[in-house]
Design a binder for this molecule. Sequence first.
Ligand code: FAD
Ligand code: NAD
Length: 466
Amino acid sequence: MSDTFDVVIIGAGPGGYNCAIRCGQLGLKTAIIEKEPTLGGTCLNVGCIPSKALLHASEYYSAAARDFASMGIEVSGLKLNLEQMLAQKSDAVKGLTDGVAFLMKKNKVEVFKGAGRIAGPGKVVVSGAAGETTLQTRNIVIATGSVPTSLPGIQIDEERVVSSTGALSLKQVPKKLILIGAGVIGLELGSVWRRLGAEVVVLEYLDRILPGADGEIAKQAQRVFAKQGLEFKLGVKVTGVEKLKSKLKVSYEPAAGGEAQALDADVVLVAVGRRPYTDGLGLETVGINPDKRGMIANDHFRTSADGVWVVGDVTAGPMLAHKAEDEGVACAELIAGKAGHVDYGIIPGVVYTRPEIAWVGKTEEELKAEGVAYQVGRFPFTANSRARTNHDTDGFVKILAGASTDRVLGAHLMGVGVGEMIAEICVAMEFGASSEDIARTCHPHPTLTEAIRQAAMGVEGWTMQM
Ligand code: FAD
Ligand code: NAD
């Protein structure tokens, strides 16, 4: 069977499915191919959504044990039902992946289940349960995402030695969990299992956690996570994980060289990053050469091959769902002859721990390295009335603005709820706001957002509370 489309998208994660919806809205005849049984990609199936469902539920559990009594709520017989906690996570995933399938129908996008392979210009073969189908198309969009990486000599079995995927479905709380990597996945999933009772040790190669985040925030965050019971060993290189009968033996040594050491664990989570996924994609048939990590380069989502586009984790930039989504939409608009655009300077990052960490724009380290003169405004949540009524005072807001322009160049937040609050700064930056614009905007009282306003006031030294 042969069919002809305006656009064929390979991969139905946030990059692919948002591209498909926008193509459908713009009247393009569109197909999307997905090799997994459900749509939604890493984000909906084994990433953003299940991890947030577990973070939410595990925080309730730990708050019930930790905070309720001080607020006059007495709970007795508090008990974890892990099976139910995992089931509500799966419900959230199912609701959203079904939602994506509905959106494909609504926008007249034809869904093909199976592995997509480029078979030359304008030609994609789908290999699925029903055999092979060849699709003819004017445009191909590669949206095949990414997969977890491991370390040499460490075999992930998704039971005892797990990637994020296995760590989202452990059948029991490990007594001792070792995390390799203090990045976003390590801190989020480490928090989940710590809250549920695991002893958690984090082994990180660098001498800091959360590379890429503002250094001041990362330092404070490490202190808070340590108080929650996460044990950090920084500046260490893991050299192997040996699977013994009932335990795992994790060997490591100082990154700078030195004496080898070992720790026992019940489960090891390898969270040392992800790599672009292009296996079996037939890139050679259209002359695309990914780099040695598998990353496909792009120029406004165009690859080196005519009519072949690329979006999301498989191409350059941060591996984030909203970045993939924005690229998918902009790519569809460019294909339709419109002016699609992504502002890479204003892509927020959020770590959904407690407290959350959120940022957008430049870090202080980046501004210093670029020789940009800037001013800083800071405001701690200890001085914010809503944070105090909620007894959630860890963290602060930091706003960086150009020394002569006062234009907001970056914002770095740590605190409960900052993952929601960061969008205010994104909008402000998108409109080219100065810190004074934020400082002179009325914010509701008592809210956590007042900390943003106060930090903005702090840039010019007129913070009202302290
Ligand atoms: P993916 O979501 O990876 O989707 C690619 C799809 O393509 C997959 O479904 C795959 O099966 C399919 N595919 C691949 N090859 C083929 C082929 N040949 N044929 C057919 N189908 C194919 N990001 C955030 O912004 N916020 C978060 O809170 C967040 N949390 C995360 C938590 C975890 C545990 C993980 C692992 C990731 C998280 N991410 C988060 C990152 C986010 O999931 C990714 O950035 C996002 O999914 C990338 O979207 P994508 O469309 O590029 O790729
Ligand atoms: P990461 O890049 O965030 O962190 C990996 C960490 O592992 C780094 O700190 C790195 O220094 C460390 N590391 C690397 N090699 C090591 C070694 N040999 N020994 C010890 N430590 C080592 O990667 P991740 O946490 O695996 O996440 C992957 C991607 O998924 C990220 O790009 C992230 O953007 C995305 N993600 C996002 C969210 C979110 O937005 N909330 C959540 C989860 C994942």
